[in-house]
Design a protein around this ligand. Structure first.
Ligand SMILES: CC(C)(COP(=O)(O)OP(=O)(O)OC[C@H]1O[C@@H](n2cnc3c(N)ncnc32)[C@H](O)[C@@H]1OP(=O)(O)O)[C@@H](O)C(=O)NCCC(=O)NCCS
Length: 235
């Protein structure tokens, strides 16, 4: 049984001493403990306290020294561990049982040598209706849990969009949980409402259970009507 009232007390006491970093870490620890139970989130009062403390906290150490970097290929296990920082199932996608494609490259934000945000990019074939074309797939978008709400997802996605526009395809495509769609809508992605089907290992196919969103990477690009097929693994 997790005593959230006690957690709030500790958060307040730490903030009163000016130790906002420790107060916010208390919250991150609570989220981690709750994550063992799918669907359970901190209570509203705790989230409100967290938001209040975050507004009052001084900029995190290293703020202003963030570097945007492009890395080839997908994460190594060590890079993934650094980014997820102990958070299990950050994408809340483990229950879907899907196999995902590796990314060709990643746009990442590094703070004093530590990777704190990422957006993966992959050029992949797709079909919508009768039209076959390549898309730039966006995936693996994550901000390390202690740094969420600072605008880092926007920053890394804006850089990824800029890079995507240089890769050839005129359309970007991504799959996301419905409760993350608002983030992408703010960056110009729109929902694809047609059914979507993607490849899985050993020639299997899977209907996409997540929201599908697309975005033009060049002026004038439109999304064709009709069912969508991603021949390879989703991203
Ligand atoms: C989703 C996630 C990447 C957002 O990162 P973040 O750094 O907190 O987001 P930002 O602070 O850059 O938010 C950018 C904007 O999107 C909005 N936004 C962020 N998450 C949102 C969400 N889930 N729904 C709607 N809007 C959202 C913010 O309010 C902000 O709006 P503003 O620019 O108008 O102020 C982060 O919560 C995360 O890593 N989650 C776990 C992994 C995950 O779910 N990744 C997405 C997989 S599809």
């Amino acid at each position: 049984m997790i005593d959230e009232a006690a957690t709030r007390e500790r958060m307040r006491a730490l903030a009163d001493r000016g130790d906002y970093a420790a107060a916010l870490a208390e919250y991150a620890g609570l989220e981690l403990r709750l994550a063992a139970d799918p669907g359970v989130k901190p209570e509203r009062e705790t989230r409100r306290l967290f938001d209040e403390l975050r507004r009052h906290a001084p900029p995190p150490l290293g703020a202003g020294r963030l570097r945007l970097v492009e890395l080839e290929g997908d994460h190594t296990d060590a890079e993934r561990a650094e980014l997820h920082d102990g958070e299990v199932n950050a994408f809340e996608s483990l229950d879907l049982g899907l196999v995902w494609r590796d990314h060709d490259r990643r746009i990442v934000i590094v703070d004093r040598g530590r990777m704190i945000a990422c957006a993966g990019l992959v050029v992949a074939p797709a079909q919508a209706g009768d039209e076959r074309f390549d898309v730039v797939g966006f995936g693996g978008v994550i901000v390390t849990h202690a740094r969420r709400g600072e605008g880092l997802a926007r920053k890394v996605l804006e850089a990824a969009l800029e890079r995507a526009a240089t890769l050839g395809p005129t359309r970007g495509l991504l799959f996301c949980r419905p409760d993350r769609a608002g983030l992408y809508a703010k960056l110009g992605f729109e929902h694809v409402h047609a059914p979507v089907n993607a490849g899985q290992p050993s020639g299997q196919r899977a209907d996409m259970p997540l929201d599908t969103m697309w975005r033009p990477l060049r002026d004038g690009a439109t999304w064709p009507d009709g069912d969508v097929v991603v021949p390879g693994l989703p991203f």
